[in-house]
Write a protein that binds this ligand. Structure first.
Ligand SMILES: Nc1nc2c(ncn2[C@@H]2O[C@H](COP(=O)(O)OP(=O)(O)OP(=O)(O)O)[C@@H](O)[C@H]2O)c(=O)[nH]1
Ligand SMILES: [Mg+2]
Length: 505
């Protein structure tokens, strides 16, 4: 059973402990994470503190021995061939589409190629950009272009599959294209889903994926069932049930969907319980969001000193929201939430199924938007992230106070941020982190209503140890002749109220 224990210990120690266990096995080789996650952050240790292991309370749901039923829900067939693929990336260049420029087309093709490279053993052997005026037609391209294309693909035996760079492809289109070209054809939805599947670690992420896959299974089922019903010899109904084979399979799928939703609901309850615990403990929460591969994980690793975090040069390396403990310059403990990266034209059902995970963002105190300013599409990426955030219906105060962090400045010689309120860093080289932490602290204090106070307390009394436990003590200046001390603390309004009640006068 997953559990998280959090406590602020005397001397500014924040302890976050979560128990994590296993992950599953083939056919897709989920990465395994095992053992006890245990992080201690000591206020006196400046940047990061000491960590026994790399991650904290966030991967909620992980660590629990899966119930049989849930494990069954997750044992899906591989979506795409498990063998290595040599892919032809085919980009329909739609004439008259808004924003169509050679540069944008180039960037979209580059992103499609990056998606292919995110899959282990997959490579791009050819890239084709083919104009079309009829993207919604059955064959996607006009007759002449389609014929040329068929010759090219059939004439290149190196190609084992085609990635048609469209969001979704209708089942009849897939069937016809595959028949014409003699290889499998995938759309963006299937590729992204497959990457997600390979990278999802926690049960919650895997269940969310299983839910996102239901429409895909439904359309495949409709296609196959029609054929099966047609081919079947013998009675049309199963065991005299009066239910046709097609209906039975659709019903099973519907039941599966309901079960997944119920399982997710259970995990969601757990997640909100954890969130309440964090809130009760009054740990400020900073959500780190941004386009995929912009450096979110690297930045959190740099801010917390967490050695076990593993940034990867790969799209969608992070699929689970995880919490990582760090401390700000005034030694305020803080939890950084690492989140799933965004992608333009991310299929709607995928965003929807992951929106529960992103609920944590809505409950954070500060959002930090990390941008890769060395990327040629950095502006489009920013727009895509902001529009996704808008869609999550976050509190406007949270959106308005968002911190923008320009990352990977080491790759842009002489970079200077365009204006105030923007911080330039290199998460990889550790540049600009002190300024970032100072700005974060300001935002956290503002957002959480914490204040800096100097209180006069008796040295022999219980006040000082109470303050060590419930607030962040910055300085103790003893006044020997009076037996008292001036104690400078950062304290939340709620904690200060309790202090006044406990120690009136
Ligand atoms: N040169 C340079 N590379 C960086 C910097 N920050 C991150 N990277 C690299 O960018 C790649 C992606 O980094 P991640 O931290 O995994 O990015 P992410 O945003 O967490 O990615 P996803 O989890 O896939 O959304 C890795 O190869 C990092 O080493 C930086 O400041 N400079
Ligand atoms: Mg990441």
């Amino acid at each position: 059973m997953f559990s998280v224990r959090t406590a602020v210990l005397p001397g500014l120690r924040l302890l976050v402990r979560g128990f994590a266990a296993r992950s599953s096995a083939p056919p897709l080789q989920w990465p395994v994470r095992a053992g006890i996650a245990n992080i201690r952050v000591f206020g006196s240790q400046g940047r990061g503190g000491s960590h026994d292991r790399g991650w904290a309370s966030g991967a909620e749901g992980e660590g629990e021995e899966p119930e049989e039923e849930e494990e069954e829900l997750l044992s899906a067939e591989p979506l795409l061939p498990t063998a290595s693929q040599r892919v032809c990336v085919l980009h329909p260049d739609v004439k008259g589409r808004a924003g169509r420029t050679p540069r944008n087309t180039e960037l979209q093709v580059a992103e499609a190629a990056a998606l292919v490279h995110a899959l282990h053993g997959w490579s791009v052997v050819q890239t084709l950009v083919v104009p079309t005026k009829v993207p919604d037609s059955r064959l996607v391209f006009g007759k002449g272009n389609f014929q040329d294309l068929t010759e090219k693909i059939r004439g290149c035996p190196d190609i084992t599959s085609v990635f048609l760079n469209v969001e979704r492809m209708a089942a009849p289109t897939k069937k016809e294209l595959e028949a014409a070209w003699g290889v499998e054809v995938f759309d963006r939805f299937t590729i992204v889903l497959h990457i997600f599947r390979c990278n999802a670690r926690t049960k919650e992420a895997r269940l969310q994926l299983a839910l996102a896959e239901i429409p895909l299974l439904r359309s495949t089922l409709s296609r196959h069932s029609a054929w099966l019903d047609h081919e079947r010899r013998g009675p049309r109904y199963i065991m005299g049930s009066g239910e046709s084979f097609t209906k039975l399979r659709h019903r099973v799928l519907k039941e599966k969907e309901a079960k997944i939703r119920r399982a997710l609901e259970r995990l969601r309850d757990k997640r909100s319980l954890l969130r309440r615990q964090r809130t009760q403990r009054e740990f400020p929460i900073v959500s780190v969001v941004g386009y995929t591969n912009c450096g979110k994980t690297t930045l959190i690793k740099a801010l917390t000193g967490e050695a076990a975090m593993q940034p990867r040069d790969q799209l969608f390396a992070t699929l689970d929201v995880t919490a990582h403990a760090g401390s700000l310059p005034s030694r305020i403990p803080v939890l950084y939430m690492d989140t799933i990266g965004f992608l333009s034209q991310l299929p709607h059902s995928l965003i929807q199924s992951f929106s529960a995970t992103l609920e944590d963002v809505a409950h954070s105190d500060v959002i930090m938007h990390v941008r890769d300013v060395s990327h040629p599409s950095t502006e489009q990426q920013k727009a895509s992230v902001l529009s996704t955030l808008q869609g999550l219906q976050l509190p406007s105060a949270l959106l308005d106070s968002m911190l923008e962090v320009h990352n990977k400045v080491d790759l842009v010689p002489g970079y200077s941020p365009p204006g105030p309120g923007v911080l330039a860093v290199s998460a990889l080289l550790g540049h600009g982190l002190d300024e970032l932490k100072a700005a974060l602290e300001e935002s956290v204090l503002r957002a959480t209503g914490r204040q800096v106070l100097t209180l006069c307390v008796r040295l022999g009394g219980p006040q000082l140890s109470w303050l060590y436990k419930e607030a962040t003590v910055q300085q103790v200046q003893e006044l020997p002749e009076t037996g008292a001390a001036h104690v400078t603390v950062i304290i939340s309004r709620a904690a200060y109220g309790r202090f006044r009640k406990l120690f009136p006068g």
